[in-house]
Design a protein around this ligand. Structure first.
Ligand code: AMP
Length: 539
């Protein structure tokens, strides 16, 4: 499959895309791209001309296939004993009600919607409702400050902000609505006034009357949304129409609004989910990420639901009320695929094995890791203690920008090496280059780039295509530069070593800007003027 995916990407991805519902099939060619800045504007398009809807493919398509009564979301609250479920049919009804409400206040295709919610079921519901009507969601992690939220509101000028009263994380209550109020005041000072702030009353955290209220702007979700019909027509969008914006903090300057489009993202996240976790219809899947990050977009909301999976959404902190909470949840729902981050693995490892071994965990089949290189000792603990030595670990390397897994093991299909993300996913052609941008062969160490496009590659940085080109396509012309350092061993396995983009940006500025002859001339002239005028200033 990998061979075909790189020799015939158009045929390979068309065959997979055909398994989804398209109102209108895409045109030819299946994809076009220019990744070489020397040949003009960077441009990536997949399945252009195809009309589809990702919400329809997540919900209606699975219901039509007979899975309406299958559980889509198993929600586990922060406090023990608080939980809820939604089947695919129930989820669709809730999504449609919100979609109808959004339409009623004038939100439509191409409008931005900011979602500042914790891990309630309402978070994926809100994402899917936007997708259903062609609106562009931008989820802001509900741990971010009022300033960060305001910055994002000012950048994308949403028609509405969706939030909730408060959330409990562990023993702490966080008053989200207060943070939003503060952010909306700040954005109004920057000439971006928000007319509607839809607020979900999160009963697990706080009662209504304790929340501050701006009459005319703030609306309780529970007062309006349930009144709307449980069916809602789908807005068919072009494969290349925007699906969402997700801000990622740049190492310098303001956050970058990473823009993903619909068709390619849909096909790629569904396919990576299916293969990298060896997904089977009976699996119960839990990804501990928050939907405020890309992992929550691709592998809490879209990837699992596109596959008709049963998906756990967890509101709380993984160490509350104690370090055994994750395994308590695993046993409670009989989770078979568990996907998390090395930082959580390491922190639970420090708490001692007894928090793990007092739970059965016998349902576990596949483990996953994302976010940073997983050090071999944490990998071994995860494998031996959590997985009882029988669950392969999918160490998935990818980024907000890539939309889906890029380098990842296929569980059980090839040997693993603790600490290595192993080999590229279908269609991905990674290369390692030296500091001059020369492609290195075989065993080597350098900068990780990708030399082709893949369906879920981000298409631009919102409102700043030039920054997109400079940040990702200029340091090593002809390639997408990931910003990561990487080693490749003699077996062709990839070992990520961490971020190197700062080094490269400095190098870029130095070589392309400072040493540019015009700048040198200008500096020379300025120096001349300084020498000529300094005595006069002194006198
Ligand atoms: P983000 O932009 O927040 O999605 O973070 C992406 C970055 O996280 C990558 O560029 C890597 O530096 C790091 N990363 C993510 N997953 C892995 C992984 N499995 N192994 C090593 N580094 C990873």
């Amino acid at each position: 499959m990998y061979g075909r995916s790189v020799e015939d990407p158009a045929g390979f991805w068309s065959d997979i895309a055909s398994e989804f519902y398209w109102k209108q099939k895409w045109g030819q060619p299946v994809y076009t791209h220019n990744l070489d800045i020397r040949n003009g504007k960077i441009d990536i398009q997949w399945f252009k001309g195809g009309k589809t809807n990702i919400c329809y493919n997540c919900l209606d398509r699975n219901i039509d296939a007979g899975n309406g009564d299958k559980v889509a979301i198993l929600w586990e609250g922060n406090d023990l004993g608080r939980d809820a479920t939604l089947t695919y049919t129930q989820l669709l009804a809730r999504v449609c009600q919100l979609a109808n409400y959004l339409k009623s206040i004038g939100v439509g295709k191409g409008d931005a919607v900011i979602i500042y919610l914790p891990m309630l079921m309402e978070l994926p519901i809100a994402m899917l409702a936007c997708a259903r009507i062609g609106a562009i969601h931008s989820v802001v992690f509900a741990g971010f400050s009022a300033e960060s939220l305001a910055q994002r509101i000012v950048d994308c000028k949403p028609k509405i902000v969706i939030t909730c009263s408060a959330v409990k994380r562990g023993a702490k209550t966080i008053f989200l609505k207060d943070i939003v109020d503060d952010a909306l005041t700040q954005s109004a000072q920057n000439s971006v006034k928000i007319d509607v702030c839809l607020t979900f009353e999160n009963e697990s955290a706080l009662q209504k009357q304790m929340t501050k209220w701006v009459e005319g702007r703030d609306i309780w979700w529970q007062d309006v949304v349930p009144k709307y019909p449980v069916t809602c027509d789908v807005e068919w969008v072009d494969a290349e129409d925007p699906l969402f914006l997700l801000y990622t903090s740049g190492s310098t300057g303001k956050p970058k609004g990473v823009l993903h489009t619909t068709g390619g993202y849909m096909v790629y996240t569904a396919t990576t989910f299916k293969y990298a976790f060896d997904y089977k219809p009976k699996d119960i899947y839990w990804c501990t990420a928050d939907c405020g990050w890309i992992t929550g977009h691709s592998y809490v909301t879209y990837g699992p639901l596109l596959n008709g999976a049963t998906n756990v959404v967890f509101e709380g902190a993984p160490n509350f009320p104690d370090a055994g909470r994750c395994w308590d949840i695993v046993d409670k729902y009989k989770i078979s695929i568990f996907y998390t981050a090395p930082t959580l693995v390491r922190s639970l490892m420090r708490e001692g094995d007894e928090h793990v071994t007092r739970y059965s965990r016998k349902s576990l089949r596949v483990l996953g890791s994302v976010g940073e290189p997983i050090n071999p000792s944490a990998w071994r603990w995860f494998f031996n203690v959590v997985g009882d030595g029988k669950c392969p670990i999918s160490d998935t390397w990818w980024q907000t920008e890539t939309g889906g897994f890029m380098i990842t093991p296929m569980p059980g299909a090839w040997p693993q090496k603790p600490g290595s993300a192993t080999l590229p996913f279908f269609g991905v052609q990674p290369v390692i280059v030296d500091e001059k941008g020369v492609e290195l062969e075989g065993e080597c160490s350098g900068y990780l780039c990708v030399k082709n496009s893949w369906p879920s590659a981000f298409r631009t940085l919102y409102g700043d295509h030039e920054r997109y080109e400079t940040t990702y396509f200029s340091a090593f012309p002809g390639y997408y530069f990931t910003g990561d350092g990487c080693n490749r061993d003699k077996d062709g396995y990839y070992w990520l070593t961490g971020r190197v983009d700062d080094v490269i940006n400095v190098r870029y500025i130095y070589t392309r800007v400072l040493i540019h002859p015009i700048y040198l001339l200008l500096l020379f002239e300025l120096y001349g003027a300084y020498v000529q005028w300094t005595p006069h200033w002194h006198s």
